[in-house]
Design a protein around this ligand. Structure first.
Ligand code: PLP
Length: 367
């Protein structure tokens, strides 16, 4: 069977499962809309072109939580971050900004920063590790901004130490360079730094946070910065088609997700440590990082993707439990992005271990 077919079967089998190890519980579209219909009673009217209590309450709710002066709701992070970089470019007088080579802006946005906003990127550090002040020192020529992603998704959610993070922020600010946070998953970072979110974001001049990842909204993002910056970002959002007539399903789900989901993340950080330790004790299996910094890590199993997919499909049909997310092919076998939320809390650790042992026995058995 070809990979595409196997992937479809894997997704179908995952949907049939009654327990899942990774993420938050998922709802069907119908279930989600039904629960949002109840929740919507809390608000009297939908948002209209970025105004109204539903959208403004959300912006101010997160701005208050982050202790940032203002926030703007945008339909996507792919819109929010280039807008922030365009504004820093105008303010600082340079079209250049620096980022790590694994940034979403570099890997997954078709160079929108260049094609749409006329900006140029300088890539810093090395692809498999968190950047440091030494990497910033190596930047040649003037730059307007530095983008730092916390946690760094493409390297398993790694983070710099608090001292290194403060040093990078000081380095940028002392040179009048804006420090921008890609905080798509910033909610995951508090346990590692042992600090509230507002202490972390205080090191940055502008912040993007995703509403649909750890928060569990349908979609959406927030850009947080000074009121003057947000006023200019609102103009760019209008120009770029990001000021939509209404985003109420997304906004309602973001409010609901903030009520319900963010609380899972401190427990999920500890669970990620436990699960990675278990994985690292299995043959042909390892995680990056070895000890997770956040609620996520990357899992590597040295077995071919075809074998893993077909065996997982067979195993899920028998057990009704989804342990692994979709596979990504990797040089020596398979790579998985493990990201924990509420789901792991649904069963005792011993229950998960018995399932994990059972699946690993099948995955690693000879072909
Ligand atoms: C680290 C990071 N930054 C930015 C984005 C872009 O977010 P959006 O899908 O809302 O455009 C993503 C999306 O996966 C991401 O993982």
């Amino acid at each position: 069977m070809d990979m595409e077919h196997l992937k479809t079967q894997f997704q179908d089998a995952t949907r049939q499962c009654t327990s899942a190890l990774v993420g938050h519980p998922t709802q069907t579209m119908a279930e989600q809309l039904q629960s949002l219909a109840q929740y919507a009673m809390k608000f009297s009217a939908r948002d209209v072109y970025g105004s109204g209590a539903l959208i403004r309450d959300l912006e101010l709710r997160v701005a208050t939580l982050f202790n940032m002066p203002d926030a703007l709701y945008l339909p996507s992070g792919t819109l929010a971050q280039p807008i922030a970089l365009k504004l820093w470019s105008e303010e600082k007088g340079s079209t250049r900004f620096a980022m790590h080579g694994t940034c979403h802006i570099e890997l997954h946005e078709q160079q929108g920063y260049k094609a749409l906003y006329g900006l140029d990127a300088v890539l810093i550090g090395s692809i498999d590790r968190v950047p440091t002040v030494i990497d910033l020192e190596a930047i040649d020529g003037k730059i307007a901004a530095i983008v730092l992603e916390l946690p760094m998704r493409e390297i398993g959610g790694q983070l710099p130490s608090w001292q290194e993070l403060v040093a990078m922020s000081d380095w940028a600010r002392s040179r009048d360079i804006a420090f921008h946070l890609d905080g798509a998953r910033i909610w995951q970072c508090t346990a590692y730094f042992n600090r509230p979110i507002h202490d972390i974001v205080a090191l940055f001049d502008s912040v993007y946070v995703s509403l649909y990842k750890d928060v569990g909204a349908i979609s959406g993002a927030l850009l947080l910065a000074s009121p003057e910056f947000i006023a200019k970002a609102t103009v760019w959002a209008r120009r770029a088609g990001g000021n939509v007539v209404t985003a109420y399903p997304s906004l309602l789900s973001a409010h609901k997700g903030l009520d319900e989901n963010v609380g899972a993340l401190s427990g999920a950080s500890e669970a990620a440590q436990w699960l990675a330790a278990w994985c690292n004790q299995q043959p042909n299996t390892h995680t990056v990082p070895t000890q997770p910094h956040t609620t996520m890590f990357h899992l590597f199993i040295d077995v071919s993707p075809e074998v893993v997919l077909s065996r997982c499909i067979q195993w899920m049909a028998q057990h009704n439990v989804a342990l692994l997310p979709m596979v990504r092919p990797y040089a020596t076998g398979c790579k998985f992005e493990i990201n924990l939320g509420w789901n792991i809390q649904a069963h005792e650790r011993a229950w998960w271990v018995s399932k994990l042992e059972n699946l690993w026995e099948l995955l690693l058995s000879p072909e």
